[in-house]
Design a protein around this ligand. Structure first.
Ligand code: BEZ
Ligand code: FE
Length: 300
């Protein structure tokens, strides 16, 4: 009789998870091993709970395939899926929130590298951009409230009709995007136009998922900030307009209480570049000490 090597032979569904976990345990990299073991444990528990039919399992494959296939250099459906499931925000909050630092918020699928570098006080809206003028004054400090000079701050926002420049043939390349450096007081300011809330892209499978859930696709109006300073944990965040719709129902769960900014209507002169009624936003970013990094842009 042949010797049967029966250690890995599956008896039934109950013994499956242990066998798969045993296979994961040989992974040499300890962090990858930890992640794979937890992935197997939780995904198998999920399957035991929901009991997918074979047809539903096929639908899941087709959905993930469609998510991948709808990605281009200008559109990232994978990031969008993580966003509408609350995964992006949870990762962000688990990695750096609480204490005195400013809360992080998801990077989103529209961050691009190569935004124009601007001097303090510049206007990131191309001349002729429609919309109410907005002046944004930013201060970057550490948790002892000392100014952080020389921080690099990327700013990007949607237009007053709710489109990023890469989505909108009416806007010039890199409109409403810019990179600034904080001065010795940790400060800089810029001119822009008020952002509008907008629907996330719904042309792909993630849009179909939202429709199947009867969820609206809207985000409240906001401006994105990426603050990078050596010796400090990078802050990826957004500041929301306090008068915006959908603050309490952001489709990607991005609104943390400290990120609701006061967009105030002012009548007087803001600067030589803005002498009529305008909105004003002042915001202080508090960075925790840590390692800085620059996120990989989801699109080109
Ligand atoms: C954004 O804020 O740019 C964004 C975030 C998630 C999905 C779509 C857009
Ligand atoms: Fe956005």
């Amino acid at each position: 009789m042949n010797r049967v090597e029966d250690e890995g032979i599956i008896e039934d569904a109950d013994t499956m998870t242990g066998l798969v976990e045993a296979a994961m345990r040989n992974t040499p990299d300890p962090r990858l091993r930890q992640i794979l073991l937890a992935l197997v444990r939780h995904s198998h528990a999920f399957l035991r709970e929901v009991r997918l039919t074979d047809q539903e399992f096929e639908q899941g494959h087709a959905f993930l395939r469609a998510v991948g296939e709808s990605c281009t250099d200008l559109h990232n459906e994978v990031v969008l899926l993580a966003d509408v499931l609350g995964i992006s925000t949870l990762v962000t909050l688990l990695n750096g929130c609480g204490g005195e630092r400013t809360s992080g918020a998801l990077l989103g699928p529209f961050f691009r590298d190569g935004a124009p570098r601007f001097e303090n006080g510049a206007n990131i809206a191309a001349s002729g951009s429609p919309g109410l003028p907005l002046v944004v004054r930013v201060k970057v400090v550490n948790t002892r409230r000392e100014p952080i000079a020389g921080a690099t701050v990327d700013v990007w926002q949607a237009s007053p009709v709710g489109l990023y420049e890469n989505q909108d043939p009416e806007q010039p390349e890199m409109n409403l995007r810019g990179q600034f450096r904080t001065n010795d007081n940790g400060e800089f300011y810029f001119h822009s136009v008020c952002p509008a809330g907008y629907p996330v892209p719904t042309h792909g499978p993630v849009g179909a998922l939202l429709a199947a859930q009867k969820r609206h696709p809207y985000r409240p109006a906001h401006i994105h900030f990426l603050v990078v300073a050596p010796g400090y944990a990078t802050l990826v965040t957004q500041v929301f307009a306090d008068d915006s719709d959908h603050l309490g129902s952001d489709v990607v769960f991005g609104v943390t209480r400290d990120l609701v900014g006061r967009y105030e209507l002012r009548e007087g002169t803001a600067s030589s570049a803005c002498d009529g009624p305008h909105y004003s936003l002042e915001y202080e970013f508090v960075l925790a000490e840590g390692e800085s990094f620059r996120p990989v842009p989801p699109i080109k």
